[in-house]
Ligand binder design. Structure first.
Ligand code: AMP
Length: 283
């Protein structure tokens, strides 16, 4: 496994592979790797000869009051995971390498996709992601890039960015990896206290019940979703959003059409920890 830090090093490594006729599957991460990331590595390996993982906690996607400084940084452990998963190249740039010029501007039409869900709750978040992923795609120039459904809106925005910036690569979405009790794996789960961790799966339970209600014929789910949010609040969750959204436009849907596919997505805080989750379902 090659560990590279500079843009020249990663480009040289990729060019060498391309000379050998090998394809590159890219998985951008912020480290603090868990089973969800590992599933993306495996997925990338299915679609490409060599897996390239970047580990970079991107300051541009954190708001001023968010957890940039406390975000878990576990590089040694992450590298061991990568080695174990037979990752070929790990790219670990720093801020100087990614943003040394000080110019951080990217103009991209993501307004429509960025209005609701995390786009609505975290100003600048997806601009920061589109910026860093656009730069990473230019640096690595992979054949394939894999992202998780866990961040479904991120996937749609990156999809749009790939179209607008004409990146020549295939985007793949991998399913959500969960703990046995249903909690979606996340680097931020490390912040949860024991009591919060025990409570956390309740969110996914409620979301599954909501999907059940819809599939049993409830096509105007607003009131039902409010009840679930109320129940979560009573247990100590602080609700951000819970709703049904269109899969392409990421817009809220009040009245569902039978037989159509939608996204049920939610975000809550448990103590200081923000948890997000979603389910793609057919009504
Ligand atoms: P992050 O390191 O949090 O920026 O995430 C890197 C990639 O891992 C993103 O494409 C995420 O969507 C994906 N990811 C995070 N959690 C999970 C999960 N539980 N299952 C599948 N993919 C995930």
């Amino acid at each position: 496994m090659k560990i590279v830090k500079t843009i020249d090093e990663v480009r040289d490594a990729v060019k060498e592979l391309q000379r050998e006729g090998k394809t590159v599957g890219f998985v951008p991460t912020m480290g603090a790797l868990h089973g969800g990331h590992l599933s993306l590595f495996r997925r990338a390996r299915k679609h490409a000869d060599v897996v390239l993982v970047s580990i970079y906690v991107n300051p541009e996607q954190f708001g001023p009051n968010e957890d940039f400084s406390s975000y878990p940084r576990t590089l040694e452990r992450d590298l061991a995971f990568c080695e174990q998963e037979e990752v070929g190249i790990v790219f670990t740039p720093d801020d100087e390498i990614m943003y040394g010029s000080g110019k951080k501007y990217l103009s991209i039409e993501i307004d429509e996709l960025n209005t609701y869900l995390d786009g609505g709750s975290r100003p600048g978040y997806f601009q920061g992601i589109a910026l860093v992923v656009n730069k990473l795609f230019n640096i690595v120039q992979p054949d394939v890039a894999v992202f998780g459904q866990k961040d479904y809106q991120q996937f749609q925005i990156i999809h749009q960015m790939v179209k607008e910036f004409n990146h020549d690569l295939e985007l793949i979405m991998a399913p959500i990896e969960r703990a046995e009790d249903g909690l979606a794996l996340s680097s931020r789960n490390a912040y949860l206290s024991e009591v919060e961790r025990a409570l956390a799966p309740e969110m996914f339970q409620r979301m599954k019940e909501a999907v059940n209600d819809i599939q049993n014929g409830l096509l105007e789910p607003e009131e039902m979703l409010k009840q679930h949010q109320k129940a979560l609040a009573e247990k100590g969750f602080k609700n951000d959003y819970l709703g049904v959204f269109s899969l392409e436009k990421m817009a809220p849907v009040q009245t569902l059409e039978k037989g159509k596919r939608y996204l049920l997505a939610g975000a809550v805080y448990l103590g200081k920890t923000r948890l997000i989750d979603n389910i793609i379902f057919e009504s």
